[in-house]
Design a protein around this ligand. Structure first.
Ligand SMILES: *Cc1c(COP(=O)(O)O)cnc(C)c1O
Length: 361
């Protein structure tokens, strides 16, 4: 006799994270390795944030504040929402999981783009949902096709905006039109993990939709621009009733106390993070210019990563880069056969990427 695992769980392809730097060093015997595979910030926390983390570390014998009181107040003020409209997750990933768990029953349907952020599909399958994946068109969301995929069983539609791995976004009028056309009993989950990087004039003001509709949930994270990926803090903003329902299934202490202190300190150090945003935007330009010079094709990105079309086997190139100490993401797994995805790093890291890519190609 052995323990029986549910068949929907056995059908899931596990998420494969980008390889950690230390593991690659150990495995390949390299001393210098850079990681441009997980869209992390290349910059650590600001001195103020580090100080807040150290202060919080002294009290970790106590459970954290399960309600994230101060962080909640700060975000409610920043986004002009009621504190009851905010939900915290152990990374915004956890909010994806909570929303599906609360809303989708086995056999019901979730609509995602293809390729898109893999957690939407994995979390849906864990709950026994059927996933309808609508192909991107020219690496952008095909919203008419996503609307056409709606059935009476549809419960959630995920819009990564901008999405990963394409790096493209749905603009304000497209999103409004889409939301207006979708029945109000379907949750429109707008994942804005890269919000802080987008400077496009026609990027949606999704919080206006949160305020005016009953079925829009917007998530953001401290993992990307704020550089706290290792601490796991994300948050969702939505209608009070929906947020209250999701609170019922939230783990009581899902945001640890050091993470709460760090996130709060990030919000108080806006100048530091605006400087980082400018730096990453400038580095992205340099990196794109370098790619152009190499004759390499890529999609214009509104995030801190770039999707590159190598027009040849990406697995081979990714492996060759890895051997030379450059970790990038092979997009084969996403069904993008000849693509890799690279995160914008520091000037030195981007220089090493370009130099190594040139050697490998
Ligand atoms: C990185 C990323 C997230 C954020 O994950 P966290 O759990 O907040 O670290 C969410 N959505 C997309 C599309 C991402 O690329």
């Amino acid at each position: 006799m052995s323990v029986t695992i549910k068949s929907n769980i056995l059908g899931i392809q596990p998420y494969v994270p980008g390889k950690p730097i230390e593991e690659v060093k150990r495995e390949l015997g390299l001393t210098s390795v850079i990681k441009l595979a997980s869209n992390e910030s290349p910059f650590g926390p600001s001195p103020k944030v580090l100080r807040a983390m150290r202060a919080a570390a002294a009290s970790v014998n106590r459970y954290p504040d399960g309600g994230c009181f101060y962080l909640r107040q700060a975000l409610a003020k920043k986004w002009k929402l009621d504190p009851g409209q905010i939900l915290f997750g152990n990374g915004s990933d956890e909010i994806i999981v909570m929303a599906i768990r609360a809303i989708v029953s086995p056999g019901e349907e979730v609509i995602v783009a293809k390729p898109s952020f893999l957690i939407y599909e994995i979390a849906s399958r864990i709950e026994g949902a059927t996933v309808r994946a609508v192909p991107l068109k020219n690496l952008r969301y095909d919203l008419p096709a996503m609307r056409a995929a709606v059935t009476p069983k549809t419960k959630i539609i995920f819009i990564g905006n901008p999405d990963n791995p394409a790096g493209t976004y749905v603009n304000d009028s497209e999103l409004r039109e889409f939301v207006a056309a979708v029945p109000e009993n379907i949750l429109i989950f707008v994942d804005e993990a890269y919000y802080e990087f987008v400077s496009a004039k026609d990027y949606p003001d999704s919080l206006q939709l949160v305020r005016s509709r009953g079925n829009v949930l917007v998530t953001r994270t401290f993992s990307k621009m704020y550089g706290l990926a290792g601490l796991r803090v994300g948050y969702g903003m939505g209608p009070r009733g929906l947020i209250a329902a999701l609170e019922r299934i939230r783990e009581p202490f899902n945001i640890n106390s050091i993470a709460q202190a760090a996130a709060l300190a990030c919000l108080a150090d806006g100048a530091y993070y605006r400087r980082i945003a400018r730096q990453i935007a400038a580095e992205k330009k340099v990196l794109c210019r370098g790619l152009k010079k190499l004759g390499v094709d890529y999609k214009e990105s509104f995030t801190n990563f770039i999707l590159i079309d190598l027009k040849k086997d990406s697995t081979q190139v990714a492996q060759a880069l890895l051997k030379k100490g450059v970790i990038v993401r092979d997009m084969n797994f996403w069904g993008l056969k000849n693509f890799i995805r690279v995160t914008v790093g520091t000037k030195a890291e981007n220089g090493k990427l370009l130099k190594t890519l040139k050697e490998v190609l």
